[in-house]
Design a protein around this ligand. Structure first.
Ligand code: SF4
Length: 329
């Protein structure tokens, strides 16, 4: 029997009450066992909504179409008891701010072991497992007796990662997991996530606005804009030879460690308001390559010739492919 992907999202559409169009519109992505997939885009592009969809955490009143399969099980149709089991076992999430995840009045040991104890594991065995996972994330057992306020932010994020691994998840969702940390701790936490992914064979969906980080840790990348995936492919290829003007603009607006001193250019304008309907390409109002075709007809994702597994939803991606990644915005 073949192992199912850790996460498979097929044609996910999500509509909120009062919205003129879906806030997620036909999202497709797959995270294989032991694979890291980055979801990048500006704030409001739909990347966090997509990752929360994998936990079945959707806004009240949301209407969904499509499928979100975690380890082969559809979270959109799973009954509440199955959803609870999924959230405490096969899928886990690491949020941006570890201090918001932990109760400051409970010892870290209680936080780490509560899920296992609730599932019937003997307290001593739960503590043993928590101690082993703390070691795996570079902490010692003394942390078990501490309260969250007694340890640093970086140590707390390691605790949250250890807690996420307590249920042996097939899928780890990391939503801007290093944003609240200083630069050195960020690098340590990222190195830790990569190491753990390799040791535990956990699929990792990494949500970030930091393109350098995405390039450093991911096997594949999906670029989101206005609720759609506009470009996807092997991370190295997408960042070195982007085929969508939005990806090019994101790269041009990101400070790069690899090109210090280079000119940064902000992306002009703002993403479209979900309360207004769209015709044509959602990026057209901000895109220097936009034509009448772009404004009238939404582009479909197409595979780029000679670029295995690299797709872009742009009428003029061939121009970018021919001219290279340089596009002034
Ligand atoms: Fe720009 Fe047109 Fe491509 Fe949209 S379809 S990204 S407007 S060139």
């Amino acid at each position: 029997m073949t192992t199912p992907p850790a996460l498979e999202i097929r044609g996910l559409r999500l509509t909120l009450p009062g919205a003129a169009r879906p806030v997620l519109d036909g999202v497709d992505l797959t995270v294989g066992p032991g694979e890291t997939v980055a979801l990048v885009g500006e704030s409001g592009s739909g990347k966090s909504l997509t990752s929360r969809g994998a936990l079945g955490l959707l806004p009240a009143g949301a209407v969904t179409e499509g499928a979100v399969l975690v380890d082969g099980e559809d979270v959109l149709t799973a009954p509440p008891d199955r959803l609870r089991a999924l959230r405490t076992g096969r899928v886990a999430m690491v949020f941006q701010d570890p201090r918001a995840t932990l109760n400051p009045l409970r010892r870290i040991g209680d936080f780490l072991t509560e899920g296992a104890r609730a599932a019937g594991v003997e307290p001593a065995a739960a503590t043993d497992r928590a101690t082993g996972l703390l070691r795996a994330v570079g902490l010692d057992a003394s942390v078990l007796a501490a309260y969250p306020g007694q340890v640093s932010g970086g140590m707390l994020q390691r605790v949250v990662i250890a807690a996420a691994l307590m249920g042996d998840p097939v899928l780890l969702l990391a939503d801007e997991p290093t944003t609240a940390l200083d630069v050195i701790t960020q690098a340590e936490v990222i190195a830790l996530l990569v190491r753990l992914r390799e040791s535990f064979r956990t699929g990792l969906l990494f949500v970030t606005h930091d393109l350098d980080l995405a390039a450093a840790v991911s096997d594949r990348v999906h670029v989101m804009y206005a609720g759609r995936i506009v470009e996807s492919g092997p991370a190295e290829d997408v960042f070195a030879r982007p085929l969508h003007p939005y990806t090019t603009a994101l790269l041009a607006s990101t400070p790069r460690l690899t090109a210090p001193g280079g000119r940064l250019s902000a992306i002009p304008g703002r993403p479209p308001d979900p309360r207004t309907p769209l015709t044509g390409c959602a990026f057209a109002a901000r895109c220097p390559l936009a034509t009448d075709t772009c404004r009238e007809t939404p582009p479909e994702a197409r595979r780029a010739p000679g670029r295995p597994d690299h797709h872009a939803a742009c009428h003029h991606s061939a121009r970018l492919a021919d001219e290279g990644a340089v596009l002034d915005v």
